[in-house]
Design a protein around this ligand. Structure first.
Ligand code: PLP
Length: 494
């Protein structure tokens, strides 16, 4: 199977080449030329397997250069007991008769990014071997909080890799920042950027397209790659948990084979929900994909009107991992729905020149045929956290709360009571301050004391990786202007 750029379908690469390159040189994103199909019998067969086995079988469909054993080995390591605190890896929990929560935060950094970033280092290092690349790869990451830590944890001390993470100063939660600045490992770097997430992401993209820097680094034996969800190696492992959720619902008798379920997904860069779209196109019986946003509701407007317009105020919300105005992976959706690299090039050119574009009626209809959408405020999300805990004794984080709020509104508006899986993207303990506020606790303990405070309030234990942060030494304190990010990279690879 070959992979092509969204902006130039004559650029055809193997999977390993696409994973090594990350972003295409033409600025486009890679996607598989075709989407492999699953029959219901194959889905039923997957239901009898463990999570790592499901992952290996599904990824194999997209990675024909890799052997089944190779992929199973990766999956057993990535999702095994040394990394995940439950063998189910992404367990599905029943909240009400027709609402299930898929918990994607049982990995080492307590957010859904682990689902992909525990796997990516295996895919990338194997891809380096397969492509004969001899230079050391330096992973550059722009993070709204969770990707950075998950990538650091995934790549730490991995041979022939280095990793440098940029996060927006003041744009991440205290716990997220502490997780990053205390990161261990010989090959890691962390730097704050004065600005917001889009500034950090734009800075990283600019570095990727800097030919002079590329040459300078090649001389020193390095090349740059990405662990952001622009890399296909990030999206592929995420397809697995959508299929896995359906398998688990079958096993629980919650759905009969072939019965459709909806997914409601708290969305920022459109990576998570796009993986759900792939699962649907592979043949998993998925009805609506509900795209949930916070007050940075650029995607809600896009899905409703067909106009994507990033010219709007940027809000720092209680769900910082969704504080994004440029959703990179939407480009892949436009490519899939338009089938035209020329059309995608046009949209992306208008986006970079004017900050907005309007899709054709045909593409808009195709988007609306698959996706529903909605957004909510911090206050509404907080209410949902309080209510869900009081009524169901289930503790939501601020991102998952956005999805639950949007799902309620969607049901009230449409009357669609189809069984829906809410993708839960973070442990509530990653966002203690906001969660405590939502529970009506205004006074917060200092530092990591909020963890035991939240435990005392709710009776829920803090995940081990967060509890163990207390007392860890801070290793990284650097802060840079966005104009100087290039120099930080050059210095890191000195
Ligand atoms: C990254 C992240 C999101 C957004 O996911 P996308 O793939 O960017 O849409 C939502 N919630 C949490 C907790 C995250 O870390």
């Amino acid at each position: 199977m070959y992979y092509v750029s969204t902006r130039d379908s004559s650029r055809r690469l193997t999977a390993s080449q696409a994973i090594v390159e990350g972003l295409s040189r033409d600025g486009g994103l890679y996607l598989p030329e075709e989407i492999p199909q699953l029959t219901m019998d194959e889905i039923k067969a997957l239901a009898a397997l463990s999570y790592p086995e499901r992952a290996a079988k599904l990824m194999k469909l997209y990675l024909d250069e890799f052997t089944g054993e190779e992929l199973l080995g990766f999956a057993k390591n990535a999702y095994g007991p040394a990394k995940f605190d439950t063998p189910a890896a992404a367990p599905v929990v029943k909240l009400t008769e027709n609402t299930y929560i898929q918990e994607l935060w049982h990995g080492p950094t307590c957010a859904f990014k682990d689902m992909a970033l525990q796997m990516l280092p295996y895919l990338l290092t194997a891809s380096l071997k397969k492509t004969g690349e001899e230079k050391t790869v330096c992973i550059l990451v722009a993070t709204s909080g969770d990707t950075g830590k998950a990538a650091l944890e995934g790549f730490r001390d991995v041979d022939r890799t280095k990793i440098l993470v940029f996060y927006p100063d003041g744009g991440v939660s205290e716990m997220q920042k502490l997780q990053m600045v205390t990161q261990e490992g010989k090959n890691v770097g962390v730097c704050a950027v004065r600005g917001n997430f889009d500034d950090a992401q734009t800075g990283v993209k600019r570095i990727f397209s800097d030919e002079a820097l590329r040459e300078e680094l090649a001389v020193r034996g390095y090349f740059l790659s990405s662990a952001n969800s622009i890399n296909w190696g990030r999206l592929l492992p995420q397809i697995v948990y959508y299929v896995s959720a359906y398998c688990d619902l079958l096993n629980a008798g919650a759905v009969s084979a072939g019965e459709r379920v909806n997914f409601c997904v708290p969305t920022g860069n459109f990576g998570n929900i796009l993986s759900g779209f792939y699962a649907k196109k592979m043949g998993v019986p998925i009805g609506r994909l509900i795209c949930a946003s916070n007050e940075n509701n650029v995607l809600t407007d896009f899905i409703r009107t067909g106009t994507y317009d990033r010219n709007r105020p940027f809000y720092q919300t209680a769900s910082p991992s969704m504080d994004i105005l440029i959703s990179s992976n939407l480009e892949r959706l436009l490519s899939l729905l338009s089938g035209s690299d020329e059309e995608v090039r046009g949209y992306m050119q208008r986006l970079s020149e004017t900050g907005k574009y309007t899709v054709s009626d045909r593409v808009l209809r195709a988007v609306q045929a698959e996706f529903s959408c909605g957004f909510c405020t911090d206050a509404q999300g907080a209410q949902t956290i309080g209510k869900t805990f009081r009524e169901k004794q289930y503790l939501l984080d601020t991102h998952t709360a956005v999805a639950c709020t949007v799902l309620d509104a969607y049901r009230a508006e449409t009357g669609d009571e189809t069984l829906t899986v809410v993708e839960s993207t973070a442990s509530p303990f990653k966002f203690c301050a906001s969660v405590l506020d939502a529970l009506g606790v205004a006074e917060h303990a200092p530092g990591t004391g909020v963890l035991s405070q939240l435990t005392a309030e709710t009776g829920r234990p803090a995940p081990k990786p967060l509890a163990s942060l207390a007392g860890k030494p801070v290793r990284f304190g650097q802060i840079t202007d966005k104009a100087d990010m290039r120099a930080v990279v050059a210095e890191f690879l000195r």
